[in-house]
Design a binder for this molecule. Structure first.
Ligand code: ES4
Ligand code: ZN
Length: 343
């Protein structure tokens, strides 16, 4: 309705650039649509738990009723079993770019969970080379630039994450992977537990560091992420908004939050709706952020759906949208030349 009309009218204010320009928080495994999942079940003849997977419709209904992050992660981690050969990973990353090309996206920074694949016997080469193939094909077809960021998973031992970081080093050296993040279960996993992993990534010259923090965990864990681990991009960072002094500090440090409004609704962070998001507070405090889809196949929308939901909730003016989009470009991990093109 009104919000999408407003956003469609924005290109004039943006000199024909349609927001969204950039996405910084998308798990490629979270773009695995039920239709592709069932197609790959057939292709590989794999068996999935029939209590979890019956029909596309039943699965989509289940995705509308996640109780919390861990309830979602059970589905997210199970569905991946259908990603087996290089062409599966290539099809997945290409399908994502094809879908967001229609939303006007120009640049994507994409997470993947290597441990989730190597842990079930898929070679790391198959994962990275497959994803890269799909992304290259998508760049040629749609002009969207993209980068890969590995995430270690917080639910496995630190020793497993250290191995995953070491194993990724050749792909970091080749430029195929540009950074380290951390995702999966946050309960009982304070950031301080992972200090050694970030130290190793620095030793191995990972160019960029981020971490999922403050999605379900408290403001103090966002504080640990930024102050103790020295990480200046925070994925979600939602609960930082519970601590006004912390927000002042994040603004002072130019810490960048990658917010995911529809994800927060589906995972009961903002159960009433996107209007419970702290976006207006962050704007008021001068904390920089971008708006992202997180796991679009699970949370009811891709990047533009998230923009539209934010506009429906808050009705921002053109100057505010311009500021949000410019901050998103500034906060991107792409070359200065590419940023110039995005402006
Ligand atoms: C995730 Cl929404 C979210 N939070 C933490 N870890 C994740 N992995 C995939 N999606
Ligand atoms: Zn995420």
């Amino acid at each position: 309705g009104h919000a999408v009309d407003f956003l469609r009218a924005l290109p004039k204010a943006f000199e024909n650039r349609v927001p969204p320009q950039c996405e910084h928080h998308i798990h490629i495994e979270g773009s695995l649509e039920p239709a592709m999942l069932f197609k790959l079940v057939e292709k590989h003849g794999v068996t999935l738990d029939p209590a979890m997977y019956s029909t596309i419709e039943a699965l989509e209904e289940r995705y509308r009723n996640f109780a919390n992050l861990d309830d979602f992660l059970a589905y997210f981690n199970k569905a991946m079993d259908v990603l087996i050969d290089e062409s599966d990973f290539a099809a997945l990353s290409y399908a994502y770019l094809e879908r967001v090309a229609g939303d006007g996206l120009k640049h994507a920074e994409i997470f993947f969970d290597p441990q989730a694949h190597t842990g079930r016997g898929i070679a790391l080469d198959v994962v990275v080379n497959g994803l890269k193939k799909g992304l290259k094909k998508g760049q040629t077809a749609f002009g969207i630039t993209s980068e890969l960021i590995m995430c270690f998973v917080k639910h496995l031992p630190v020793s497993s994450a250290l191995d995953a970081v070491r194993e990724m080093q050749p792909f970091v050296e080749s430029g195929d992977v540009i950074g380290l993040g951390a995702d999966s279960s946050e309960v009982n996993n304070p950031p301080s537990k992972f200090a050694e992993i970030y130290s190793l990534a620095r030793e191995l010259s990972f160019p960029n560091l981020t971490m999922h923090s403050g999605e379900e965990g408290p403001a103090d864990w966002v504080r640990q992420t930024v102050f103790d681990l020295g990480v200046n991009r925070v994925d979600h960072g939602f609960h930082a908004a519970d601590d006004l002094e912390l927000l002042d500090e994040l603004a002072r440090r130019d810490t960048f939050l990658t917010l995911c409004p529809l994800s927060n609704v589906r995972l009961q962070v903002t159960p009433e709706g996107v209007h419970q998001s702290p976006i207006p507070l962050l704007l008021g405090k001068g904390v920089k952020f971008s708006i992202n889809s997180d796991d679009p196949a699970y949370f009811g929308g891709y990047i533009l759906d998230n923009y539209v939901a934010v506009q429906a909730a808050f009705g921002f003016d053109k100057a505010t949208w311009r500021r949000i989009c410019q901050n998103g470009i500034d906060g991107s991990w792409c070359s200065a030349e590419r940023k110039q093109e995005l402006f």
